[in-house]
Design a protein around this ligand. Structure first.
Ligand code: HEM
Length: 444
């Protein structure tokens, strides 16, 4: 349907705007079943009013397809003011249109197979370092530890810093992250104000690191080295000013999500001993000393299925917002210009028509003969889709797989009883008590 008059005469999706001004924001933030309840009442597309915006929530593979294939035509990205200002105007997540596409091309050079392959040794070294630490700790809350682990790897690869979680960079970073989804009031004592100050100091640190690297004759093969030298087809490179924003975005986008994914893997396989036994057996059959290479990782097919099922059941990103830039039609409803639109990852993965018994952790859904996620395009979207699909997707899969393979080969872990394993969902899913475990080396 292309006729504008016809679109304008279409009904709005069903739903309720809630209270004046605050709309349904409080229910949205507090009620884990906010979307489920409304989906049951109104169907896959409904309207609400959250974060000061009339918003349409669209659920399922068809909605994802419509959104991902109409980026820049009907939709553009839509971050809260605090996120936009703290990520910076030059951040890939904030850029739009052709600028965004050009930048993606340059940045993606740091995620090509050759580059990924060169990151393996850094990931391996950090993984062993943390495994040794955890063996000594023995009983501990795993989630905050995994967070330090992923931050150290991201910072080592992106800005060349060792053990960043224990350094000044780590402290500044934590204050900066706290402000990303806050009220954007820039005063010295507000969360946003403190985060804004930290952003300035972080950028200064990052600039020093970039300048040092540019001035040194030593061109290292890490992500920073690749990004400094990366060029578009006209030979343009990223300016230092832009590179700073891009690096900060990559550190953030890369490590919070990965932490959640790794922790969910550790939790789910501990709760499913048969799955754990099968992925251990796969490592044994492939050979416990098999070196970690891109080729060898590809052979870990059952582990791949388990990781896929982990990302289906507990996707680190639950969904994302867009802004409607031109009134359009979906499913017979009018989607008005100026409104927000929220696509749903978690609920797409719970579609009973695609994933029977969707709440069950069942890696067999993704075996070679199963067609579950192939039934419909965009029914499996832990990394989003279309032109804004996660740029770090392959790196994320690489890091999780290396972590998992080395863990399975050498260590065992048990969940400590009497802890709350319910998931806190914001900003990324994590067990309430931080995933307390007993961690030991496997004795042979
Ligand atoms: C398991 C780990 C990860 C998950 C589940 C994940 C998920 C996602 C999702 C769903 C999006 C799309 C958001 C949207 O539609 O607006 C996205 C975008 C993005 N991700 Fe990831 N991500 C992960 C790891 C990473 C890593 C390791 C990096 C970088 C090192 C990264 C960098 C980015 C960036 C820069 C974007 C914005 C892309 C753009 O707007 O063009 N992510 N991610």
């Amino acid at each position: 349907m292309t006729n504008k008059n016809t679109i304008n005469s279409l009904p709005l999706p069903p739903g309720d705007f809630g209270l004046p001004i605050i709309g349904e924001s409080i229910e949205f933030l507090r009620d884990r079943n906010f979307t489920k309840k409304r989906q049951e009442k109104y169907g896959h597309v409904f309207k609400t009013h959250i974060f000061g915006q009339p918003t349409i929530v669209a659920i399922g593979a068809d909605a994802n397809n419509y959104i991902f294939t109409n980026e820049n035509k009907y939709f553009t990205n839509n971050w809260p003011k605090s996120t936009r200002e703290l990520l910076g105007a030059a951040s890939l997540s904030v850029q739009v249109g052709t600028e965004h596409q050009k930048r993606r091309k340059i940045l993606s050079q740091a995620f090509q197979p050759r580059a990924l392959s060169s990151y393996i040794s850094t990931v391996e070294l950090n993984t062993y370092k943390y495994f040794e630490r955890w063996e000594k700790l023995s009983n501990f809350a795993w989630y905050p530890e995994i967070k330090n682990y992923t931050l150290d790897i991201a910072c080592k690869l992106l800005v060349g810093t060792e053990s960043a979680s224990q350094s000044k960079l780590g402290d500044l970073y934590t204050t900066w992250v706290n402000g990303l989804f806050s009220l954007a009031i820039n005063l010295p004592w507000t969360t946003f104000g403190k985060a804004y100050q930290s952003r300035k100091l972080l950028l200064q640190e990052i600039e020093n690191i970039i300048q040092e690297r540019i001035n040194s004759s030593n061109s290292k093969e890490d992500a920073l080295g690749l990004l400094i030298q990366a060029e578009d087809e006209d030979g343009n490179r990223l300016s230092v000013e832009e590179l700073k924003d891009q690096l900060l975005t990559l550190i953030f986008a890369g490590h919070e999500t990965l932490t959640s994914a790794i922790a969910s893997f550790c939790l789910l396989v501990a709760q499913h001993p048969q799955v754990l036994a099968a992925i251990r057996q796969e490592q044994e059959e492939l050979g416990l000393n098999m070196p970690i290479t891109l080729e060898n990782l590809k052979q870990m097919t059952y582990l791949e299925q388990v990781l896929k099922e982990t990302l289906r059941l507990v996707p680190p990103v639950g969904g994302a917002f867009r802004k409607v830039i031109e009134t359009c039609e979906f499913n017979g409803y009018q989607i008005p210009q100026g409104w927000s639109l929220l696509y749903q990852i978690g609920y797409t993965h719970q579609d009973i028509d695609i994933y029977p018994q969707p709440k069950q952790f069942n890696p067999e859904r993704f075996n070679l003969t199963s067609t579950e996620d192939k039934t419909k395009t965009f029914s499996f979207i832990p990394f989003g889709g279309g032109i804004r699909e996660c740029i770090g997707k392959e790196f994320a899969k690489l890091e999780i797989k290396i972590f998992a393979a080395l863990l399975l080969r050498n260590y065992q872990w048990e969940l400590i009883s009497q802890q709350n394993l319910d998931l806190v969902m914001v900003p990324t899913p994590r067990p309430k008590d931080g995933l307390k475990v007993n961690f030991q080396k496997i004795l042979v």
